[in-house]
Design a protein around this ligand. Structure first.
Ligand code: PLP
Length: 405
């Protein structure tokens, strides 16, 4: 019998955060080795607990979770999300323009599926969170990458973005605070990006899943507040800020003049209905999550575990002969690079494999984030800060060996 052939759609789809290196790390673990894993932004795996009041809300509502719910999500949860968005200055946000999904991951696909015709183009950051590229390709779109270079503090250049616009461009994707770079976009930059979207009638898609994870006084500016009447979809969720990745709850909120996005909203609702509803049980955690101050601030403030982890990474880079870093202003990652004056020809994939095989540390090579020939690596800030110190000792040993040839 002929082998079963997978869809050709998948030919250009990658997700290296859980790719070949991770599979190799599992083999090494099965062989009895201890691997320090810095590859996934999954707080629950590193001893971070979901706040008790979220858990308690779910437990209290188990009996109300057994039937399918509304395709867009629990009304009370959507009320809480709409209230958050309005308080942030978003216009035109009502419960019927909020969609709750099984994580932001499901909604990224849904938002692009409702938008794209074959050959439509989507402006994506490079580096990106690779699901954005994958979902664009799987929905017959074409990614067009704008660069977020370390030389520019990993911020995008609105002129470069505008130069990429063609008659086929439909949407501009922003990730703020950014995974993998940790950049947090200032308001002036968002205003210029919104102006580009307005001139070319692009839908703004803003992944704000790290919205409350900020360091050293960085300020998060919600895109919807800047976009005003322009249609914008803002994404948020429980996974990161509320350390509840396993609950699989994310949301998106459609802001701007409702008349300009009515048909698109209806398309989103149809797609949401086709998958019936998101996990009802976990949606009960949305109200307590949004109706009290985010508990993550205690972890990002001086003395907090994430703050200390970030400090260890900055110290590790400062002590290194080989590494550079734009310190992350937000999110759960650092994105250091290897200096060209110390190692002229650097292959990030080869380095990550050596680091795993020789020193038992798992990181994600920068090229996994749709950057050609990257000199970067992504590390999560989630391990205990002391372990991060050890990670830098081990990385330095491999870099020394590579520099020695
Ligand atoms: N967007 C970004 C930028 C992320 O980093 C992640 C997860 O790492 C997601 C979306 C997916 O989040 P969720 O757990 O809500 O599916």
């Amino acid at each position: 019998m002929a082998p079963i052939r997978p869809s050709a759609h998948l030919a250009d789809v990658r997700y290296e955060i859980r790719g070949a290196l991770t599979r190799r790390a599992r083999e090494l673990e099965a062989a009895g080795l201890d691997i320090i894993k810095l590859n996934i932004g999954n707080p629950g795996r590193y001893g971070f607990a979901t706040p008790a009041h979220l858990r308690e809300a779910i437990a209290a509502h188990l009996g109300d979770s057994e039937a399918y719910g509304h395709e867009q999500g629990l009304e009370a949860a959507r009320e809480a999300i709409a209230a958050q968005q309005r308080a942030r200055g978003a216009q035109g946000v009502e419960v019927e323009r909020i969609f709750i999904g099984n994580g932001v991951s499901e909604l990224i696909d849904l938002a692009l599926r409702a938008l794209l015709q074959p050959g439509d183009e989507v402006l994506l950051p490079s580096p990106d969170y690779p699901l954005w590229s994958a979902a664009t390709i799987l929905n017959d779109g074409t990614p067009r990458y704008y660069r977020c270079l370390a030389e520019n503090a990993h911020l995008p250049d609105p002129d470069e973005i505008e130069a990429l616009v063609t008659p086929r461009t439909r949407a501009l994707v922003l990730i703020n605070p950014n995974n993998p770079t940790g950049a947090v976009y200032p308001r002036g930059l968002l205003e210029r990006l919104v102006a580009v979207a307005a001139r070319h009638r692009l839908l703004l898609l803003c992944d704000e899943i790290y919205d409350e994870i900020l360091y050293d006084g960085a300020v998060f500016q919600p895109l919807a507040a800047v976009a005003g009447e322009l249609p914008a979809l803002s994404f948020g969720g429980l996974s990161k800020v509320h350390r509840a990745c396993g609950y699989r709850v994310g949301w998106m909120s459609l802001s701007g003049d409702p008349a300009r996005s009515r048909d698109y909203r209806d398309a989103l609702q149809l797609l949401a209905a086709l998958r019936l509803c998101a996990n009802v049980t976990a949606q009960w955690a949305v109200m307590p999550a949004l109706e009290s101050a985010p508990t993550i601030h205690a972890l990002t403030a001086p003395g907090g575990r994430l703050h200390e982890a970030r400090r260890k990474v900055i110290e590790g880079v400062a002590a290194s002969d080989y590494l550079d870093l734009v310190p992350p202003a937000g999110a759960l990652y650092a994105f250091p690079s290897v200096r060209a004056d110390r190692i002229a020809t650097f292959d990030d994939n080869a380095f990550a494999l050596r680091l795993l095989e020789e020193e038992h540390v798992l990181v994600v090579p920068g090229s996994s984030f749709n950057v050609p020939a990257s000199r970067h690596l992504r590390l999560t800030l989630l391990p205990p800060p002391e372990q991060l110190r050890e990670v830098f000792v081990r990385m330095e040993r491999v870099l020394e060996r590579m520099a020695a040839g």
